[in-house]
Design a protein around this ligand. Structure first.
Ligand code: NAI
Length: 347
């Protein structure tokens, strides 16, 4: 028997905690806003120490999706799901089918796909129960190559803003994390003529990336001190803080990782050091754009155009920050709010 409980949270349209005693599944779905359209956001599978921590995370992520989708120009709202548990110890297929049934309850008001800890195979299992699941072959595909492409466009826009040209030939980029996005980004940067420094806690991944892109490998700890023009965080969130910002030698921070700043104060510290920070949710929108475009029934050419447009969006954010004398992180939120609250409500 499935159990659903509603949690009242200010400024959220719907938040539900979910349980399936038969399989042991526990999860939360949070819909922050459907003002611009159906709420779209990935499903994260994580071994949260408590349900409170899972709730805090899903609320933060769902709100972030509203802003990301608005800034990306998508007619879609923001939501997120988390599944709570130790990934290795569960019947994944059964859990994701249960998850799919919960997603289906919303009948398209919430649409989900891959996120940290989930795979296209998980989404395929969930999709057996709901057509409101995307992010695998046949339904939007793997978002990572599009995320990487958007990050490349963002790095180019940042180079234009900082150095007056978006030509990356001869520039050095330090990539933290050689996973799905980091590896694809490394290849794109290498093709664009950039030199690469890479790091990963998984040494084999760093080595494989270095071999395919002629990069120099450094340890995960050393990557902050690397002699690079651009620092590209493509691993976990929360990596920019008082312990790491003073060590950076790059003139630009531009990467795919979600929620790179540990606190709002970190944006000010980056500014004070004269480093240009590319707000993560603007830069890494390529993945959600690829899912959104699938849902909207748009073509590959339209997808490419939208992801390419991250360049102009980021430049608009930089100009907003200059005009309003605010950090680029604050300007990105203001930019998204402007789109969001200027928009007419949809059903
Ligand atoms: P992934 O799990 O494929 O790759 C992450 C890589 O970072 C792994 O190779 C891991 O070993 C490494 N790593 C973890 N901690 C590290 C550390 N301290 N130092 C160095 N390396 C470390 O994840 P994926 O899909 O490449 O995503 C990367 C980031 O981009 C995540 O923060 C994700 O939330 C974000 N993102 C990804 C999108 C996508 O389309 N995949 C879309 C938007 C954001």
């Amino acid at each position: 028997m499935n159990i659903v409980e509603t949690v009242e949270v200010d400024n959220f349209e719907k938040v539900v905690t979910l349980r399936d005693p038969e399989t042991g599944y526990r999860g939360i779905i949070a819909i922050h806003s459907t003002k611009l359209g159906p709420a779209i956001g990935g499903t994260r599978f994580w071994n949260y120490p408590s349900e409170d921590e899972a709730l805090t995370d899903v609320l933060r992520l769902a709100r972030g999706m509203t802003f990301k989708n608005a800034a990306a120009g998508l007619p879609l709202g923001g939501g997120k799901a988390v599944i709570i548990g130790e990934a290795s110890g569960v019947d994944r297929h059964a859990w994701f089918r249960v998850h799919g049934r919960f997603v289906d309850h919303f009948q398209g008001r919430f649409i989900t796909g891959e996120d940290v800890g989930t795979s296209p195979a998980d989404m395929e299992a969930a999709a057996r129960e709901s057509r409101f699941v995307a992010g695998f072959a046949g339904r939007g595909g793997d978002p990572s190559p599009w995320t990487a492409r958007g990050v490349l466009r963002g790095i180019e826009a940042s180079a234009r803003q900082r150095w007056g040209s978006d030509d990356l030939r001869g520039k050095t980029v330090a990539i933290q994390g050689c996973g799905n996005v980091g590896l694809a980004l490394a290849r794109l940067l290498s093709d664009a003529g950039a030199k690469l420094i890479v790091a990963d806690v998984d040494a084999a991944r760093a080595r494989a990336c270095a071999q395919s892109c002629d990069a120099t490998v450094v340890s995960p700890e050393e990557v902050y001190d690397a002699a690079a023009d651009v620092f590209a965080p493509c691993a976990l969130g929360g990596v920019l803080h008082e312990g790491t910002i003073p060590r950076l030698r790059a003139a630009i921070i531009a990467g795919a990782a979600n929620n790179q700043l540990r606190t709002d104060r970190d944006a000010l510290a980056i500014d004070a050091r004269g480093i240009l920070y590319a707000p993560d949710f603007i830069l890494n929108a390529g993945g959600i754009i690829s899912g959104g475009v699938y849902l909207l029934g748009e073509t590959l050419a339209q997808l490419d155009q939208r992801v390419t447009g991250i360049y102009e969006t980021l430049l608009a954010v930089y100009h907003w920050a200059e005009r309003e004398k605010m950090t680029t992180a604050a300007a990105a939120e203001a930019y998204a709010e402007h789109i969001l609250y200027g928009a007419s409500a949809t059903t």
